[in-house]
Design a binder for this molecule. Structure first.
Ligand SMILES: Cc1cc2nc3c(=O)[nH]c(=O)nc-3n(C[C@H](O)[C@H](O)[C@H](O)COP(=O)(O)OP(=O)(O)OC[C@H]3O[C@@H](n4cnc5c(N)ncnc54)[C@H](O)[C@@H]3O)c2cc1C
Ligand SMILES: NC(=O)c1ccc[n+]([C@@H]2O[C@H](COP(=O)([O-])OP(=O)(O)OC[C@H]3O[C@@H](n4cnc5c(N)ncnc54)[C@H](O)[C@@H]3O)[C@@H](O)[C@H]2O)c1
Length: 473
């Protein structure tokens, strides 16, 4: 069958595929998006949006309860049905009609079905009824297929049909008892959400909670989960799982935990196993190896963007990669070399050392760049400074509870910030200032001139600088 030619074919219309299309369309390239489920991807329907819609009400209620005068006005718990309804609205009731309109609006074409690379520059799309459309790309094929939940090979687990983040974020009933396996971001966020909705939650953590974050952040999140009623157990070894009349039994070295549902939150795997990479000599299944323009080395047409390349599996970072890749594709299609020097338009340099992330637990964690441990692993000589929010008037005004703590990691030789972590009830918005300091390589001496308004929570920056010590006048 003859192939239809277009400029760019993007397999996967999640947030990342959509953003590549936005850039290639802006450059006037004929662009096809291939999607087998919902345009908008995991983030819109089973990840970021529904999880944050489930988390917000519980955090707000806890904040209200910590503020005398407001606490007295708050009676009872959350209205679970209203929270679930609002979550449904944020997922557009799992309809992608609005996002399809957006694709049409930018002048891209949507082809529904499963995309598979079938040799150089060629993609076969198999539709729902089995019909196959063959497309050939003049400029680029972009793999933006995201990731899927990893389910460990625990005896009995497959037989009980456990929840993954998909079932948890789209649940329409709240289990009375929920066991969460894992201690990462998905586990902590969804344990918090379901505890706030009334589940009795047990977390089974193999090592420790939020292992990749600064120890003081891990400890405070663990305390916060426990204060919210979550039974957090660390160092747990799961041996077997079975469903019986009284619920699901998870057998650990320390006995059985019985619950109504088990949520597996043990990480994600790049969705690269079934996109035809083998047809062009690339081993399927792992993270797709790419350079900083997201081009697969050894090709001049194949790109891997977003979760599938494993560089920084977060929506904002994938969209950043998408903007770089889209601009690099457009430049190459026009016969130009993309601006591919570090921090150029066609590269995702920030993936290496300046990835921000917020964990929306209570307290929240907002971090960017290095932790003290990751800097040490890279042999970077650093100074570390720690400050509590108790010294910040703006934070104290937020409520009568522990307002958290912050850490800066400073490169001792260059005297610039290379890492920041904030933990506290409302620290999410603090992280962008730290990202700018890192990406802009702002000298610490200059930061003294970035004056935080009084009395805001941002005065933590002043406290951190004071703790570092003002350079000699
Ligand atoms: C519970 C949870 C909460 C999260 N919360 C956040 C958060 O708050 N903030 C944040 O930044 N990140 C968050 N993430 C991570 C975020 O969801 C991902 O980083 C993001 O969705 C990646 O976007 P993507 O476009 O690369 O992949 P996806 O969103 O996974 O989209 C890939 C798309 O490709 C399609 N596809 C796959 N294979 C094919 C094929 N062969 N043919 C056609 N289509 C195909 C899929 O159907 C899907 O629509 C969360 C993740 C989880 C699991
Ligand atoms: N707010 C956010 O930005 C946000 C929210 C959710 C998810 N995400 C992203 O989604 C991705 C996936 O998150 P995640 O929490 O699934 O992964 P993760 O890698 O953060 O955590 C996985 C957890 O599972 C544990 N684990 C792994 N294998 C296990 C096993 N066999 N038995 C028991 N425990 C095991 C690990 O020790 C770890 O605690 C991450 O990259 C994360 O950044 C981001």
């Amino acid at each position: 069958m003859s192939a239809r030619e277009v400029d760019v074919i993007i397999i996967g219309a999640g947030p990342v595929g959509e953003n590549v299309a936005d850039r290639t369309r802006a450059a006037g390239l004929e662009t096809v998006l291939v999607e087998r489920e919902l345009v908008g991807g995991e983030c819109s329907y089973w990840a970021c949006m529904p999880s944050k819609a489930l988390l917000g009400p519980g955090r707000l209620l806890a904040a209200a309860r910590a503020l005398p005068g407001v606490a007295e006005a708050v009676r009872g718990g959350l209205d679970v049905a209203a929270v679930l309804d609002r979550r449904d609205a944020f997922t557009s009731h799992w309809s992608d009609a609005g996002q399809v309109d957006w694709v049409e609006g930018i002048g891209a074409e949507l082809v529904r079905g499963t995309g598979r690379i079938a040799g150089e520059r060629t993609v076969e799309v198999t539709g729902e009824t089995g019909e196959v459309t063959t497309l050939r790309a003049r400029a680029a094929v972009v793999v933006a297929t995201g990731s899927t939940a990893l389910v460990p090979d625990i005896p009995g687990l497959a037989d009980i049909a456990p929840w993954t983040s998909r079932e948890a974020t789209s649940a329409h009933t709240v289990p009375s008892r929920l066991t969460v396996v894992g201690g990462g971001v998905v586990a902590t966020e969804l344990a918090s959400a379901f505890a706030s909705l009334g589940s009795r939650v047990t977390m089974l953590v193999r090592h420790e909670v939020l292992g990749a974050f600064e120890p003081f952040a891990r400890e405070r999140v663990t305390e916060g989960l426990r204060a919210a009623g979550v039974d957090v157990r660390t160092g747990v070894d799961i041996r077997h799982v079975a469903r019986t009349a009284d619920g699901v039994h998870v057998t650990t070295g320390d006995g059985d935990i019985v619950s109504d549902e088990v949520l597996i939150a043990t990480g994600r795997a790049p969705a690269s196993g079934d996109v035809g990479l083998d047809s062009v000599g690339i081993a399927p299944g792992g993270a797709l190896d790419v350079d900083d323009t997201m081009l697969v080395p050894g090709t001049d047409w194949l790109y891997g963007v977003g979760d599938v390349n494993g560089r920084a599996p977060l929506t904002h970072q994938g969209k950043y990669q998408a903007r770089a890749a889209g601009d690099a594709i457009a430049a190459r299609a026009a016969g130009r070399t993309p601006d591919d020097a570090p921090w150029g338009f066609g590269v995702a340099t920030a993936d290496h050392d300046a990835v921000p992330q917020v964990v929306f637990t209570d307290p929240e964690v907002a971090a960017v760049g290095h932790t003290a441990a990751s800097a040490a692993d890279k042999g970077r000589p650093v100074r570390v400074v720690d400050v509590g929010f108790s010294s910040v008037a703006g934070a104290a005004l937020e409520g009568d509870r522990d307002q958290g703590a912050a850490r800066l990691v400073i490169d001792r030789e260059r005297d610039v910030v290379i890492g920041a972590t904030f933990v506290g009830p409302a620290v999410a918005e603090l992280v962008h200032a730290a990202t700018i300091a890192i990406v802009g390589e702002v000298p610490v001496g200059r930061l003294w001139h970035a004056v935080p308004a009084y009395p805001t929570v941002s005065e933590i920056w002043l406290r951190l600088l004071e703790a570092l010590g003002r350079p000699e006048a």
